[in-house]
Unconditional design. Structure first.
Length: 239
């Protein structure tokens, strides 16, 4: 049986966002791509970091596995990694949270306001607004179109709940715990993603067994822009 690889998507995405990466890895791994709480078919599940950790453990009972997460999914994966039997952890465009308490509270309030707005304007209007963020500058039109279509698989209630439960302001920061994480960690960022490239470099300094790779020609979502290159990095890291 192929070794399991669990792939966790980002905010506003669904399990479908991993389709091309999972396809590129199918000869080597049994890719498991769940919808995270608040998203897709799990829109009505209550978002909780601890609940997702328990769910991941149940997916592969007593079996060491590889875990990968993108952005929000990366933060969830990092939180879970301290309590799971992992062979390798991949974090794509992810962070350990916001260390400064005042900045974290400001982000929590901003996320709460955005959650209320999503419930008011609906998924289609929000998906259009979210797709215009500078974060996605440089993406090819086909990538933007696929990302927009994926966002429409969500519900206003689910996305609002995900912001309140998984938001960066809600998450307890993990910067101080990084030295405890001895599992091999590969940090993947896009070439254009200056913010998260800088975060990854800071994380490498604290993680005992980590490396940082940059995917050329991509931004904050390299697994959407260059899924084959992301798949190659996963294969080579654990080959």
């Amino acid at each position: 049986m192929l070794p399991p690889l669990i792939l966790l998507h980002g905010f506003t995405q669904t399990r479908q966002s991993w389709r091309r990466t999972a396809t590129a890895l199918r000869s080597r791994y049994r890719a498991i791509t769940p919808d995270l709480p608040g998203h897709g078919q799990a829109a009505d599940r209550t978002p909780s970091f601890d609940a997702v950790t328990a769910y991941l453990r149940a997916l592969t009972p007593a079996t060491p596995f590889t875990l990968a997460g993108y952005s929000m999914g990366g933060r969830i994966a990092l939180h879970a990694a301290f309590n799971l039997p992992l062979d390798h952890l991949f974090l794509i465009g992810a962070s350990p949270g916001i260390a400064d308490p005042q900045e974290r509270e400001q982000r929590k309030q901003a996320d709460a306001a955005l959650a209320t707005k999503i419930e008011a304007i609906g998924v289609e209007a929000f998906a259009r607004e979210w797709g215009r963020l500078p974060l996605w500058d440089g993406q090819a039109d086909r990538v933007k179109a696929a990302a927009y279509a994926d966002r429409l698989r969500n519900t206003p209630h689910g996305l609002a709940a995900a912001l309140r439960g998984f938001g960066t302001g809600t998450m307890e920061p993990l910067w101080d715990r990084l030295p405890e994480l001895t599992v091999p960690v590969t940090l993947i960022t896009g070439e254009r993603d200056e913010k998260f490239r800088a975060i990854a470099e800071r994380m490498v300094e604290r993680l005992p067994n980590a490396r940082h790779v940059t995917i050329p020609g991509t931004g904050h979502a390299p697994q959407l822009e260059a899924p084959e290159l992301v798949a190659r990095e996963i294969r080579e890291a654990i080959s």
